[in-house]
Design a protein around this ligand. Structure first.
Ligand SMILES: C/C(=C\CNc1ncnc2c1ncn2[C@@H]1O[C@H](COP(=O)(O)O)[C@@H](O)[C@H]1O)CO
Length: 227
């Protein structure tokens, strides 16, 4: 059940501090309700792979078709596909899974003036908070496939990497599809960040680059370590 109550803490006679406290209590309630909804929706989904990627690619483009094929390959292997439920690469991966008769999950985000949930999901919820949504992606997936994307994709990629690197979540493969697209980032991580001692080699090696969709699926589905 979505949490719809508007915040209204402008209560006559309240000091600033009292207003802040009241709005924090409401915020906590909303966060709790969003986590509760996500946990109960996703806990029975079974083996799942999360696919991240650009919201801006369009049907018919090579990247869209890659996402769609990935969704199909994952569903054929018995994996649910979890995405952000939006357009572009999310829609493509959901669509591939949906067309193959698989479980297709969209964990959407409430954004003003944006298309809502894509029509290819079989299980869905909308989040108000990006952080609750990212918790769902990581908590309920066994591996991650990252298609070319922008800032949103990078945020999700590095959140996942940070959680694995700091042992806040179980280890899992992070496969980047698109060697030409991602090489610059990985080279920079190796040649600048790693060389100056700010990331360990084993943490850079967690990123696996490929153009081969079958290989991407084989890697993420052979390391099922979610606990
Ligand atoms: C900007 C556009 C649509 C925005 N709608 C989104 N809906 C759902 N999820 C989104 C949306 N935009 C970003 N995300 C999340 O970030 C990743 C993609 O971001 P990027 O900056 O495009 O790489 C994606 O995995 C989503 O989880 C287009 O009309």
């Amino acid at each position: 059940m979505p949490f719809t109550r508007e915040f209204d803490t402008d209560i006559e006679g309240f000091t600033h501090a009292q207003r802040d406290a009241a709005s924090d209590i409401q915020r906590l309630e909303r966060i709790r309700s969003e986590f509760r909804e996500g946990f109960s929706l996703l806990r029975d989904v079974g083996p799942a792979i999360c696919v991240f990627g650009s919201a801006r690619i369009t049907e018919g483009s090579e990247e869209y078709e890659q996402g769609r094929k990935l969704g199909t390959l994952l569903a054929q292997r018995g994996y649910a596909v979890i995405t952000g439920g939006g357009p572009g690469a999310m829609e493509a991966a959901n669509r591939g899974a949906y067309e193959a008769g698989g479980t297709s999950v969209g964990v959407g985000i409430e954004l003003p003036h944006e298309q809502g949930m894509n029509p290819y999901v079989t299980i869905s919820m909308d989040c108000h908070y990006f952080f609750t949504r990212k918790t769902m992606f990581i908590r309920y997936s066994d591996g991650l496939i990252v298609l070319p994307g922008g800032v949103g994709t990078l945020d999700e990629l590095f959140e996942a990497q940070t959680l694995v690197q700091t042992h806040k979540t179980s280890p899992r493969a992070i496969v980047l599809v698109g060697v030409a697209y991602w090489s610059g980032l990985i080279d920079w991580l190796k040649n600048t960040v790693m060389k100056s001692g700010k990331i360990k080699e084993e943490d850079v090696q967690r990123f696996i680059l490929t153009d081969d969709l079958e290989e991407a699926v084989r890697i993420v589905t052979s390391q099922q370590q979610r606990i």
